[in-house]
Every structure is written in C-alpha cells, then in structure tokens.
Design a binder for this molecule. Structure first.
Ligand code: FAD
Length: 343
C-alpha cells in the first residue's frame, strides 16, 4: 500500500428519509479543520434514494465535494448495500481519512468497511486532529475504563477511519453561497441479491426524554444520597423547565433509567446550561457534558474534579442549596408571570 496515493478528508453523510443527521453536519465542521490543516479538499459522501437535493446542504456546511450514489436499493440503510457503495467510492477515490457519526448505522457501516478495506477504525472519538508532516489522523478517546485519554494512530493502512458521537463536534454556520463539485457514481445493485430485507420500520416510542437536544439540563449524582433526595433534582428541573439527567452511579442505583445517563456510556449533551449537582466529575461523565455552554456545579468537596470544567461552582451541601434555588426560581417565575426564558 502506497500511503501517498491516498488524499482527502471524507465524511459519511447519513440521511434518513432524505433528512441529513445532525452528526454528519457536525463532522463536516470537524472535517473542514482537518482538511484545511492537511491542505486537501473536504468531501461528503452520500448514499440513498432520491438524495440528490441534499448535496447543496452538504456544500453549505463546509464540503468542497460531494460524492453521491443514488439508487432505489439504497433507500433504507442495510449493511450489505451501503458497504458496497462505500467500498466502490473509497477504492476509486482513495481518501486518506473517513469520518462517520457514531450512530447505530454509522458504527455498523464503519466497522464493516474497516474490515473489508483492511484498515483501522477508532470508535467513539472525542477529539480529532491531524499532523501535516506525517499526515496522520490523531483520534483521541477515553481508554482503560476512562482513566486516560488515548490518541490512536493508524500508521500503516489507509483510509484512517473514526466514528464520532453526536454533539461532540460543532457544525459550521451554513453558507448557501459556497460552491462545490458534485460527483455521481453508478452502482449495480439488485434487490433480489440482498440478503436482508427491511419489512417495517418501527419508531421507538418508549424514549421519553431527548437529552441530546435539551437546552437546560439538571443532572444529579450519587451525592444526592438516596432516591428520596433525588426528587429535589426532578423538582428543580421542573421549576426551571429543564430535562433531568444522571450519572452512571445514579442509574445503577435505580434512581433513573439508563436513557437519562450522561457520559461515555450514556448520552453526549451540549445544552446552554448544565447543572451538575452532587457529581464528582469522573472523566467518563465529563466527556459527555463538557461542551455545555455554561456549567454550574454544586458539590460539598471544594476539590471535586467537576469544578475543573465548571463555569460557576458552589461549594456546599446540595440538600440545602437546591431547595433554596427552587424557592428563588419560583419567586422569579411568579415575578415574570410564570415562565423562565432562556433565549
Ligand atoms: C467504562 C466506564 C464507563 C462509564 N461511563 C459512565 C457514564 O457514561 N456516565 C457517568 O456518569 N459515569 C460513568 N462511569 C462511572 C464514573 O467513573 C463514575 O463512577 C461516576 O460518574 C460517578 O458518579 P457520581 O459523580 O454520581 O458519584 P461519586 O463519584 O460518588 O460523586 C459524588 C459526589 O457528590 C459529592 N457530594 C456528596 N454529598 C453531597 C452533598 N450533600 N452535596 C453536594 N455534593 C455532595 C461528593 O463530594 C462527590 O464529589 C463509567 C465508568 C467506567 C469504568
């Protein structure tokens, strides 16, 4: 393998029903930085059926080029058909870096492609950088139970690939005046040859909270003491119109369901305001919330690591402070006619 034959940064543009997933737009932002650093074009690649109108959006969010395969068999995601499409594009155009969103489909596709292209894949990356001299992608993620951050390099194989979770990177402001090149490829796919058929798509209606899109989150930790005290977290969240999250220890204690866990093995969130109450600030928690715009931490231990990432810190007993906050916000709400606005 001649590594110098590979050039360009590519982002998998995941779409569902002709709507681009937010993580793909975020990755175009991250990919733009990498491509500029490596002085190569940034491309988005798009597979599906009836997806041509999406190309201009991909360019507006930072791509110089869009590679596209539009075929009826690609209407719904399936490993086999999508992998064939990606293999065709990757072997023909030989990008040096490919980024995928760490969504269920993105993870599935990236691992299948990595196997067939015999290359490496760094999963659930939280930081991306590149080195111009070596042209290596530096993909960092928590390792060894989250005790260290490991930067993983793929020195001998191409393309270098990584998956990144939603909300970890920031999308650029779209610029509809940007110009780019659209390259369409044809693929031969027959529905009869597919080993899997999509019979029905059933939306998960059990998921009650969508923390990833919440503007304000009140997150409680084990420091709340017990499930009764944890009610203060729900009460405070209700008062200020916030969503409730918890640490893994809280979920393991049965105080909240897993879907409300924030962190490495839970949700990644980027709200405007994040209250971290009775939370120590373990790295596995912090990787899931550190990109919040404003972090307010309450902890009785002044040396708790959560204060290292907090914008404002309150040292004290949450069981005394949270009721006072509820009281103050209720008073404020009454003064403002019943609503708190975060605009
Ligand atoms: C592979 C792996 C994956 C993990 N994934 C996740 C994940 O996704 N999310 C996650 O959160 N964790 C995760 N963890 C667990 C993580 O390492 C920590 O154990 C966990 O985040 C700690 O939760 P905590 O902060 O609620 O509890 P603790 O670490 O016990 O902290 C409680 C804090 O509350 C403070 N406190 C106590 N009483 C009060 C009071 N009355 N008022 C104010 N403060 C008080 C204490 O000073 C302390 O700082 C993972 C661990 C591993 C190994």
């Amino acid at each position: 393998m001649n590594l110098d034959d590979y050039r360009g940064v590519w982002v998998f543009i995941e779409q569902n029903n002709q709507k681009i997933e937010g993580v793909s737009l975020e990755l175009l932002g991250a990919g733009r930085r990498l491509a500029d650093k490596l002085m190569v074009p940034l491309a988005g690649f798009l597979l599906g059926s009836g997806v041509k109108p999406l190309a201009s959006q991909v360019i507006a969010y930072g791509a110089d080029e869009v590679y596209m395969i539009d075929h009826p068999v690609l209407k719904q995601y399936r490993t086999e058909s999508y992998m064939k499409g990606v293999m065709l594009l990757a072997q023909k155009y030989m990008p040096e870096i490919i980024l995928y969103g760490a969504t269920p489909n993105g993870k599935d596709l990236a691992s299948a492609v990595a196997t067939d292209l015999v290359t490496g894949l760094t999963a659930d990356t939280t930081m991306l950088d590149a080195d111009l001299d070596s042209r290596l992608l530096e993909a960092s993620r928590p390792a060894f139970g989250g005790n260290i951050m490991a930067t993983i390099l793929c020195k001998k194989h191409r393309p270098q690939m990584a998956t990144v979770r939603p909300k970890v990177m920031k999308a650029l402001e779209p610029d509809s005046s940007r110009l780019g090149k659209i390259i369409e490829e044809n693929i031969t796919l027959q529905e009869e040859d597919m080993r899997t058929k999509v019979l029905q798509i059933v939306n998960d209606v059990t998921k009650k909270t969508n923390l990833a899109d919440a503007h304000v989150i009140v997150c409680g930790g084990k420091g709340m003491g017990d499930i009764q005290n944890f009610q203060l977290i729900h009460e405070f969240a209700e008062t200020i119109g916030a969503s409730v999250g918890g640490t893994r220890d809280v979920v393991e204690a049965g105080w909240l369901p897993h879907e409300q866990q924030i962190g490495q093995t839970g949700e990644t969130v980027t709200p405007k305001i994040y209250f971290a109450i009775g939370i120590s600030g373990a790295i596995q928690h912090v990787v899931g919330m550190k990109n919040s715009e404003l972090i307010i931490a309450i902890n009785k231990d002044p040396n708790a690591p959560i204060f290292d990432v907090a914008t404002y810190g309150i040292v004290g007993d949450a069981l005394e402070i949270v009721p006072k906050l509820i009281e103050q916000f209720e008073r404020l709400k009454n003064e403002k006619g019943g609503e708190i606005s975060y605009a």
